[in-house]
Design a protein. Structure first.
Length: 209
C-alpha cells in the first residue's frame, strides 16, 4: 500500500493512500470534532463539525477529504472555531437538559466536543427555547428512542441500511420536528442492536428482554 506523508497541527504523519484527513488525525491521536463519522460507515459529512484548514487556508470537511502528499492540515484556527462553535452551541441548547442517567454519559461524543471546545454549557443552555419534551418512543422491541437526545447524525439509519442491509430506520418529519422513525412499526427489525452500539449520544437505549 502506497504511503502518504502529511503534516497535521505541526506533527508529521504517514498514512495509507486513500485515508481521509479525519482518519489520519484520529489514528495519530489528534482529535477533530465529529458526530456523524463512524469507521464502519461511508463518510457523509452531515454534521459539518470535522472542518479543518488545509494548505492555503481552504476549509474542508476532513471526513471526506483524502490525504495528499505534503498536505498541511490545521485543526484549530479562529476560522474553524467560528464555523463549528455556533453549530455545537445550537446542538447543546436543543439537547436534553441533563446528562444524568444518560447511557452515553462519560463516553458521549457531544460531551467530548464540548470539552474540546471548552464550551460553557450553563451559558449556552440559557438559549434553550421552552418546549414540550418529546415522549420516549418505545415502539421498537429491543430499544427505546429518546428524540430529546438525538442529534440526527444519521449513523443509526446508515447502519441499518448499509451494514445490516435491512432499512428499518429512517428520518421522519421536517425541520425542527425531524426525528428517527421505524418502517412498518418494527416488522423488519432483527433486534441486532448495531444501531444502539453506534449511537454517539445515547439517543437509542437498549432494553433488556
Amino acid at each position: 500500500m502506497e504511503k502518504v506523508p502529511l503534516t497535521i497541527d505541526g506533527s508529521e504523519v504517514v498514512v495509507d493512500k486513500g485515508t481521509s484527513v479525519l482518519e489520519a488525525a484520529l489514528r495519530n491521536n489528534i482529535y477533530i470534532p465529529h458526530l456523524c463519522y463512524h469507521p464502519d460507515l461511508e463518510a457523509r459529512g452531515t454534521c459539518r463539525l470535522c472542518i479543518v484548514e488545509i494548505d492555503d487556508g481552504e476549509l474542508v470537511t476532513s471526513c471526506r477529504m483524502p490525504v495528499k502528499s505534503g498536505m498541511v492540515v490545521k485543526t484549530k484556527t479562529p476560522r474553524i472555531d467560528k464555523v463549528i462553535r455556533p453549530v455545537v452551541e445550537l446542538l447543546i441548547a436543543d439537547h436534553h437538559a441533563s446528562c444524568a442517567g444518560c447511557p452515553s454519559s462519560g463516553h458521549c461524543e457531544l460531551q467530548k466536543i464540548i470539552a474540546h471546545l471548552r464550551i460553557d454549557r450553563k451559558r449556552v443552555r440559557r438559549l434553550r427555547l421552552p418546549k414540550v419534551e418529546a415522549p420516549l418512543d418505545t415502539t421498537n422491541p429491543c430499544f427505546d428512542y429518546d428524540a430529546n437526545r438525538c442529534v440526527l447524525c444519521g449513523i443509526c439509519v446508515q447502519t441499518c441500511e448499509h451494514v445490516q442491509e435491512i432499512g428499518s430506520l429512517y428520518f421522519v418529519g421536517r425541520g425542527y420536528g425531524t426525528r428517527i422513525g421505524f418502517y412498518g412499526g418494527n416488522s423488519n427489525c432483527e433486534s441486532c442492536k448495531e444501531c444502539v452500539v453506534r449511537c454517539p449520544v445515547g439517543a437509542l437505549i437498549s432494553r433488556s428482554s
